[in-house]
Design a protein around this ligand. Structure first.
Ligand SMILES: [Fe+2]
Length: 277
């Protein structure tokens, strides 16, 4: 998968509540939805949507009772409505790549809380034809805070795993480099070993939560991860965790990195866009 172009002007923005520090510190924020063009997509797909770091909650109007719902629970339905306005009217023909971190504490009074994001994955699964992705370093799954979910087959959780969506070869590694006794973390050595094992086989897109840095732009990430990625040169890396002001960067080796932290990107094939405007 190669991105041919990206439109920096959002096709839509979704209002949500972002957590603040302390009671009542939350504030209204906007999640941009961008569109981009891919060189090609398999005939079974009209688009791929990539997103990560939906660390917020829906506005109170969207939640009838109880705390406001996670942004990622309400976003899939909104996305189906937004993409319909650009001609993507069959969400069954859209695949979603989730790059992790979908939790925010219910009181919105603390940033960086961890918790169960199963409902976010399930919501994407109800709205779209295929879902694959990885865990963020704040994500747990289920009432017992497992780090690996027990999802039905159609929700393809990847952590050192590979899958194929309509022929698109997807590999994924979740979490971040850090103290392995903490949630969703591996030592650098273990992380790089898992990464390298995924890159030994050809793939079309690598989904990661943390990921490479982009030193030419001064964007944050791991230089060790970048060095491994540049050696194996997967065509496209989708990552979250650190917000980059520019969502698409090409590394020196030509590897494209799409940073979807706090944004959603709708990727369509160039020729289909022209055929079905
Ligand atoms: Fe993160």
């Amino acid at each position: 998968m190669r991105v041919v172009s990206i439109d920096y002007k959002p096709i839509a923005e979704v209002c949500f509540l972002n957590a603040g520090r302390g009671a009542g510190g939350y504030y209204e924020d906007r999640l941009p939805i961008l569109s981009a063009e891919l060189q090609e997509l398999p005939s079974g797909l009209d688009a791929v949507i990539a997103t990560a770091d939906l660390q917020g909650r829906a506005r109170f109007q969207k939640s009838q009772s109880g705390p406001p719902r996670l942004l990622g629970e309400v976003l899939p339905k909104i996305l189906t409505e937004v993409v319909a306005t650009i001609g993507l009217s069959n969400p069954d023909r859209i695949a979603v790549l989730l790059a992790g971190d979908f939790y925010t504490v219910p009181a919105l009074d603390k940033r960086g809380g961890s918790g169960d994001v199963s409902s976010v994955w399930q919501s994407f699964g109800r709205s779209f034809g295929a879902v694959a992705g990885v865990a963020g370093n704040h994500d747990t799954f289920g009432p017992n805070q497992e780090t690996r979910p027990r999802f039905p087959k159609q929700l393809r959780f990847l952590d050192g795993d590979r899958t194929s969506i309509e022929g698109i070869r997807v590999a994924g590694i979740g979490g971040i480099i850090g103290n392995p006794t903490r949630l969703q973390r591996r030592t650098e050595q273990e992380y790089l070993e898992v990464l390298e094992s995924l890159l030994l086989e050809p793939l079309d897109v690598l989904v990661m939560h943390d990921g490479p840095d982009a030193p030419s732009c001064g964007f944050k990430g791991s230089s060790a991860v970048r060095e491994v990625i540049e050696r194996y040169q997967p065509p496209l890396v989708v990552r979250g965790h650190s917000h980059w002001p520019d969502p698409l960067v090409e590394l020196a080796s030509g590897v494209q990195v799409l940073n979807v932290d706090a944004r959603a990107v709708v990727l369509r094939a160039v020729d289909r866009t022209q055929a079905n405007p």
